[in-house]
Design a protein around this ligand. Structure first.
Ligand code: GLU
Length: 291
């Protein structure tokens, strides 16, 4: 564990109401911090201005307080810290690890199919690298002309620079194991767009470091993404937190709870008369599955 007190965080995107699945993540972070006499932080991941809403942000904070998951210090809002993401992006560009990509989703699907049709997994097929090899002059010409483009990380070049990477995965019982990071599994991820300051991967990595988070608790669905975050930490010289990916909540048939199921928002459960303790018990879920 990194030196100093344990610092955990809950980082919801205010694109909807707090859901049982989020409450589970918040609870895990809160409990780990409280058990270690550490700090529990809340960060609103609100970069996607088209989808994020202030009333959702207010409702999320209200629901967390109602659940008794009180946080320490001020809430960090990503939309107020664009310069931090810009600085990280510039650094990656300076060491030659970013390239502009002009492919549409349709182009990518067609290229993937042409190259043998990798099956669309949970995270979709990795980007096939179409724009990685564009000649410098062509790149400049298209950059000037394009209304939009994505900035992708050249993962193979990045890995050649860092060498193999790993992180420490904790479990809820105090055990820990080393996990070999496989960032190539996600391909050359998008870190920003011409008109969009930072993707989830970039912002989350920068913020966890700036907020001195020592333990990241989040759902098992983000396990694969952690490899990219580990790579970004190595490239940007950032400290490496421990991780704890908790199982995802499932229904009685073993299906993952759907975010779109409005009956499972904390709002709805409150309105139905459940107590905070009862809702937390649901969030901790006897029924769960995952890594
Ligand atoms: N904003 C992300 C989400 O809501 C945060 C994930 C994370 O904890 O890193 O899924």
């Amino acid at each position: 564990m990194m030196a100093g007190p344990v610092v955990t965080r809950f980082a919801p995107s205010p694109t909807g109401y707090l859901h049982l699945g989020h409450a589970r993540s918040a609870y895990e972070g809160w409990r780990a911090a409280r058990a270690a006499n550490g700090r529990f932080l809340v960060r609103l991941e609100d970069l996607d201005q088209a989808r994020c809403r202030d009333d959702y942000a207010a409702a999320i904070l209200d629901d967390l307080a109602w659940l008794g998951l009180h946080w320490d210090g001020a809430v960090r809002r990503q939309s107020e810290h664009l310069a931090d993401y810009r600085a990280a992006l510039d650094r990656l560009a300076d060491i030659g690890l970013l390239y502009p990509c002009f492919c549409t989703r349709r182009d990518i699907r067609a290229e993937v199919a042409r190259a043998g049709g990798a099956p669309q997994g949970e995270l979709g097929a990795p980007y096939p690298g179409t724009c990685r090899g564009l000649a410098a002059a062509e790149r400049e010409r298209r950059l000037a002309a394009a209304a939009d483009c994505a900035w992708r990380l050249d993962v193979a070049a990045a890995l050649a620079r860092t060498g193999p990477l790993e992180w420490i995965e904790e479990d809820a019982t105090g055990g820990a194991r080393r996990v070999a990071a496989d960032p190539a599994a996600l391909g050359d991820v998008v870190l920003a767009r011409k008109e969009f300051p930072a993707s989830y991967h970039l912002a989350v990595t920068v913020d966890d470091a700036l907020q001195r988070v020592t333990l990241v608790t989040r759902g098992a669905d983000l396990f694969t993404a952690t490899a990219i975050h580990r790579l970004l930490q190595a490239l940007l010289g950032l400290p490496v937190p421990h991780y704890r990916h908790h199982p995802l909540l499932t229904d009685s048939a073993g299906r993952r709870l759907a975010k779109r199921d409005n009956a499972l928002t904390i709002r709805a459960l409150r309105a139905a008369g459940h107590s905070p303790a009862a809702v937390l018990a649901m969030a901790r879920g006897a029924q769960s599955s995952g890594r």
